[in-house]
Design a protein around this ligand. Structure first.
Ligand code: NI
Length: 267
């Protein structure tokens, strides 16, 4: 879908690169927050982005008027990298519940062109009708990072590569199986992902937080977050790191549960 104009995307691309360069000078712990999962809490520019009218209009068309942002993340894929992402469902790691599948989805916004050659996202169409699949965790092979891999009959599903121009975005819900390849071009690929939730969504277990970006929260399922007043200010960084700490604790507990339930297996 079209979201930002080409010039907005170019400007945002520059902002993201400056943001990453600024964060590189920090301590390891703090610098790790630079790419997410809550960039919208550490920088006013990211807070403005997740509230961009074009993105909110897309979110409202799927979720209704009451909208939360649960996560925001920067994805930089450099040429010649060794990180590809195996087929997976986000539902495995999000650990969110809702009555309908469409009550949560991720916007994947291209800030540079995305193509098969630079390892763009690929969807396995129709896989979201099959619930949460078993995922298999394999030790890295020759330094390759692949993550947890969904177990499914790959040949039975059509594949759709997401070719985007800067400013365009793809949308996916928590259950559709997707993967990302290696960047085999000479250019770095940059994307920004935003997780939008209806306020009816809730953590499957434990406490978590989210930012109300439109409408009202009549459910109270998340601790509501506070927008940053500036970029990388001390107050914002304290709020961001505490929110991420709580998120990670919850997701670690959820991962242990999935292992117990046999949904996540080890090679
Ligand atoms: Ni994913």
């Amino acid at each position: 879908m079209d979201a930002l104009t080409a010039s907005e995307a170019t400007e945002l691309h520059g902002t993201v690169l400056r943001h990453l360069a600024d964060c590189r000078e920090w301590s390891v712990d703090r610098a790790a927050l630079a790419i997410g999962p809550k960039v919208h809490l550490m920088a006013a520019w990211a807070d403005r982005l997740v509230r961009h009218p074009a993105l909110l209009s897309i979110a409202e068309s799927l979720l209704g008027p009451d909208i939360l942002v649960w996560g925001s993340q920067i994805f930089v894929k450099r040429p010649g990298g060794t990180t590809e992402l195996a087929w997976h469902q986000d539902a495995l790691t999000y650990d969110l519940d809702s009555d309908g599948q469409l009550a949560a989805f991720r916007v994947w916004l291209a800030l540079t062109p995305t193509s098969v050659e630079n390892g763009t996202m690929c969807f396995a169409a129709g896989t979201h009708h099959h619930g949460i699949l078993t995922h298999h965790r394999q030790p890295g092979l020759r330094g390759m990072m692949r993550g947890d891999e969904a177990v499914f009959h790959e040949a039975e599903f059509a594949k759709h590569d997401v070719a985007l121009d800067p400013g365009q975005c793809s949308l996916h819900n928590m259950l559709v199986v997707h993967g990302l390849g290696l960047n085999r071009t000479a250019e770095t690929r940059v994307a920004f992902a935003i997780d939008y939730l209806a306020t009816s969504v809730h953590p499957a277990d434990g406490i978590d937080s989210a930012l109300l970006v439109q409408g009202q929260d009549r459910h109270g399922n998340f601790v509501l977050e506070k927008s940053p007043r500036d970029d990388l200010g001390d107050d914002a960084m304290a709020v961001c790191s505490e929110a991420v700490r709580i998120r990670m604790l919850r997701l670690q507990a959820a991962e242990a549960e999935r292992r117990k339930a046999g949904i996540l297996t080890h090679g």
